[in-house]
Design a protein around this ligand. Structure first.
Ligand SMILES: [Zn+2]
Length: 112
């Protein structure tokens, strides 16, 4: 419901974002995740993965481990509207090799 409202506010130009969080309870596997969705895999109350399609043009699925016991690891927070902030930055080592931050649901490209 909040998601629909966020999409409406974006259409009206009152809110801006490229990604919204969608909570799921299992890793989606190698499926294509719809553009604009960042799937947050929460299993047993713990954040496990953040999965989304690469925004750099190649569209491959990016899976970021949120497990604090693994390296590398990322952290995902989101605001009231479900706009994610991911840290640190994401650097694709293959395919399009893009490098970016996701902050408040927006993509900030790194020049390198
Ligand atoms: Zn890419």
């Amino acid at each position: 419901m909040k998601r629909l409202f966020a999409l409406m506010l974006r259409r009206l130009g009152l809110l801006d974002f490229r990604f919204l969080v969608k909570r799921v309870d299992r890793h989606p596997g190698k499926i294509e995740i719809p553009a604009g969705e960042l799937w947050l895999v929460v299993d047993g109350g713990a954040k496990k993965w953040a999965c989304f399609s690469c925004p750099g043009g190649c569209g491959v699925q990016i899976s970021l481990s949120l497990n604090p016991e693994r390296r590398p690891r990322w952290e995902v927070e989101h605001d009231f509207w479900g706009r994610p902030t991911v840290s640190p930055s994401v650097h694709q080592q293959k395919m399009c090799r893009c490098h970016f931050w996701i902050r408040n649901g927006m993509i900030e490209w790194c020049k390198t």
